[in-house]
Design a protein around this ligand. Structure first.
Ligand code: EPZ
Length: 426
């Protein structure tokens, strides 16, 4: 397993190109299953999760062609040759987002079968909201030998009114895709409002779907008989944006994040400003710099969009570990998303976790140490802490990072970070 060696204490200065959003690209790739014509996705990030999704789609008989265009990738996903409806365990267990093939398979083929995704480091991650929604549309759900099978009624899925008891990004996306080819109208209430959902609807409508309200809490989908192909650019990654913005603030540097959009940040944007950071919109992106030395303390509660994103919680904790005072973070979305805390403590952070609340007493410096990545965003938290720490940090198990940050050490190295990847032997 590869590791990263980082020597901290260098203010980052320069420009970083923000990649296409992982959490937009993954559902968009699944949307291609709904059509017999090719879906061409531009600005797809080169990430392990994208490769896993490509392998999963190919296991279903779908062709996925990748071509390098400028500094990004274009994927052409063609499900004309779709001939399998079972998503295998060995791929599904690697990535929770695999569940997003179930809705399209159900809508296109009348049946879909997927290994139960199982939990992950940040929580047990059930799929009940997805399955209850499919049942409301007439599907019959059976669970056997670790697989869940969803079967549409003979005439196909029927539109339904579905009110989510709690907000779920994936369930909202899965049901929008399933409803696109159902008979009649589907209305989703208490739908997730993440920007990736609006982006998915733009793509589906370009394929011929009839979706209104995506990005709000109420989404209406008028089912159509079939969908065609489309060309769609993947939106910029708001979590990568937030992560590199913290890299600027935590090192006392100045970064221009090319392609970043302030409107995608929700409550993360004012949170940056409350710590004393400056984020301003400039031609083609965002300029981030840290005007006032150590960050001011903050109280944060993670919420569904447009609230403070849970995917930014760990990264903010790295920043607040160096804060001028006591900060509090409450994690409301996942039950175990503080795996980065023991590792931060090894670097000298003063953090106490009681239940879902972390209390962070800012210290005036962190010290480099050998630390271990446990999940995607916790890994980025440790990279950010290492960039600010005195001395050298070795971060092991960086495969977690490779799931969600494209060319991380290249991007950071280009703006002055002392970071290198040590490739494991064998
Ligand atoms: C998406 O996961 C993102 N992944 C996650 O990003 C993100 O943290 C999460 O949304 C919340 O914003 C992708 O988009 C690929 P949820 P998802 O369904 O859809 C519970 C990253 O770091 N729940 O909104 O799986 C669930 O356990 C990843 O890029 C049910 O109880 O999240 C969680 O506690 C991590 N039943 C909460 O809802 C269900 O059927 C929110 O989950 C579904 C979810």
């Amino acid at each position: 397993m590869d590791s990263l060696v980082i020597t901290g204490g260098r203010p980052l200065k320069g420009r970083i190109r923000i990649s296409g959003a992982k959490n937009a690209a993954l559902p968009l790739m699944c949307a291609a299953l709904l059509s017999e014509e090719p879906l061409r996705l531009a600005n797809v990030p080169d990430l392990a999760d994208i490769q896993t999704m490509s392998r999963l789609l190919m296991a279903l008989g779908v062709t996925v062609n990748k071509e390098k265009v400028a500094s990004a990738h274009t994927l052409t996903v063609n499900a004309k040759t779709l001939d399998e409806v079972v998503a295998p365990y060995e791929l599904v267990r690697k990535m929770r987002a695999s569940i997003l093939v179930l809705g399209p398979l159900l809508a296109r083929c009348g049946v879909g079968k997927i290994s139960l995704p199982g939990g992950c480091a940040i929580g047990n991650r059930p799929i009940n909201l997805h399955l209850t929604g499919f049942e409301a549309m007439g599907a019959k759900i059976t669970l056997e030998e670790g697989y869940v099978e969803a079967k549409a009624p003979r005439g196909g899925l029927k539109g339904a009114e579905i009110k989510f008891p709690s907000v779920s990004v994936g369930a909202t996306e899965n049901l929008i895709m399933a409803a696109s080819l159902a008979k009649g109208r589907t209305v989703l209430k208490n739908a997730a409002r993440e920007p990736e959902i609006a982006d998915l609807a733009v793509c589906l409508n370009a394929m011929g779907a009839n979706i209104t309200g995506a990005g709000s809490a109420e989404v209406t989908i008028e089912g159509v008989a079939s969908l065609g192909g489309a060309n769609h650019p993947v939106m910029p990654d708001r979590i990568e944006t937030g992560s590199y913005a913290i890299a600027a603030l935590i090192t006392g540097g100045t970064l221009t994040l090319e392609g970043a959009r302030a409107d995608l940040l929700g409550d993360v944007l004012p949170a940056f400003e409350k710590t004393g950071g400056t984020i301003e919109e400039v031609e083609g992106g965002l300029l981030v710099h840290n005007g006032q030395g150590r960050p001011k303390p903050l109280t944060i509660t993670t919420q569904p969009f447009p609230g403070f994103a849970t995917d930014m919680q760990a990264q903010f904790m790295a920043l607040l570990a160096l804060g001028r005072g006591i900060s509090e973070i409450t994690e409301t979305i996942f039950e175990n998303r503080y795996m980065h805390v023991p590792e931060l403590r090894r670097m000298g952070a003063d953090i106490e976790v009681v239940g879902s609340k972390a209390t962070i007493r800012g210290v005036d410096h962190l010290i480099g140490a050998p630390v271990m990545a446990t999940d995607l965003r916790a890994s980025m938290c440790l990279v950010l802490a290492a960039l600010a720490a005195e001395g050298e940090t070795t971060l092991s198990r960086v495969y977690h990072l490779d799931r969600g940050y494209e060319h991380l050490e290249t991007k950071l190295g280009q703006v002055g970070a002392a970071i290198e990847r040590v490739v494991a032997k064998g």
